[in-house]
Design a protein. Structure first.
Length: 305
């Protein structure tokens, strides 16, 4: 992994009047990496991205893209990135095909064979006027344009909003291809399964603050495995054991279902083995579990993401 980050944010703060939308954001994206940026609507995702894009100026802290200042060097930076917002607005009197070509031209890119392949994959009728398009079709126009470009950085802010599952899968396959080609991707989403499938590194934002960054594997210690077990001897002592939560026992106490903290796995599994395991199923924690754990206090920010 190269030591030169594509995006580096240090101690970013952003105020809108007296409201502090971003409190202390630290974020790093390296070449060839997919960074999943997750949080609910209002957590600060889009404000962070708008700062990266140089659309708004930070109140405090530094944001660099390709080693350049995101605000001062925004024009140069934009020549090297493709961006898809979560809510796409298009010129109403242009067709989808005309819009794709215009967006490519504005990015100093050309309509290529890749563009035609994407139009076919996403099944977009490029002859229709933009004003007739559904939200999903507007997203397709933006995605086709962005995925047709050959740049080192792609920024997707809720990119699959309005797409059906088939088109979501097409998008995920295209991101995998970009990653294989050594491109860098910042993927902002509240769709946990989307980030889980694609993200190398995940940053969780809550109320304008990054509360955890790491690989999914490295963060799984923060949540619990789901365990279902059947034993030959009653599990009398399971209730009250350290690390055991949400326990459900059968009447004869030979069957149990519970969630288990990672640091208690060895002791609990040893106890289950002593009671002669007949059947055991463990399910590793998912990003959904991590997310719910972080937000179990139902904290919400005020910024519209």
């Amino acid at each position: 992994m190269t030591t030169q980050p594509v995006i580096q944010i240090q101690h970013l703060q952003k105020y809108f009047g007296k409201f502090e939308a971003l409190k202390d954001i630290n974020l790093t994206l390296y070449p060839g990496q997919v960074l999943g940026f997750i949080g609910p609507n209002g957590a600060g995702k889009s404000t962070t991205i708008r700062t990266i894009l140089g659309l708004i100026k930070a109140s405090e802290g530094t944001t660099t893209v390709f080693g350049q200042d995101a605000w001062k060097d925004a024009v140069k930076i934009h020549e090297q990135l493709a961006y898809v917002p979560g809510d796409v607005y298009l010129w109403s009197n242009l067709t989808g095909g005309q819009t794709i070509d215009l967006l490519l031209h504005m990015s100093h890119q050309n309509h290529t064979k890749k563009t035609d392949e994407l139009i076919q994959k996403f099944e977009l009728d490029t002859g229709k006027k933009n004003r007739t398009y559904s939200k999903g079709n507007r997203q397709k126009v933006a995605l086709i344009s962005a995925l047709s470009t050959d740049v080192p950085l792609y920024i997707f802010d809720e990119p699959t909003s309005g797409l059906d599952p088939l088109n979501e899968q097409i998008f995920q396959d295209e991101v995998a291809a970009l990653k294989a080609a050594g491109k860098s991707i910042l993927l902002s989403s509240h769709i946990l399964s989307e980030v889980e499938r694609m993200g190398d590194v995940i940053s969780i934002i809550r109320e304008g603050t990054i509360i955890e960054t790491g690989t999914l594997a490295s963060m799984q210690h923060l949540t619990r495995n789901q365990v279902t077990v059947t034993t030959q001897k009653p599990l009398d002592q399971l209730e009250g054991m350290h690390g055991v939560h949400q326990l459900t026992l059968s009447v004869n106490k030979l069957q149990a279902k519970f969630s288990l903290d990672g640091d208690a796995t060895t002791a609990v599994m040893a106890y289950l083995a002593e009671n002669l395991i007949v059947k055991l199923k463990t399910t590793p924690p998912t990003l959904d579990d991590l997310f719910l754990r972080y937000y179990e206090n139902n904290g919400q920010g005020g910024e519209q993401s």
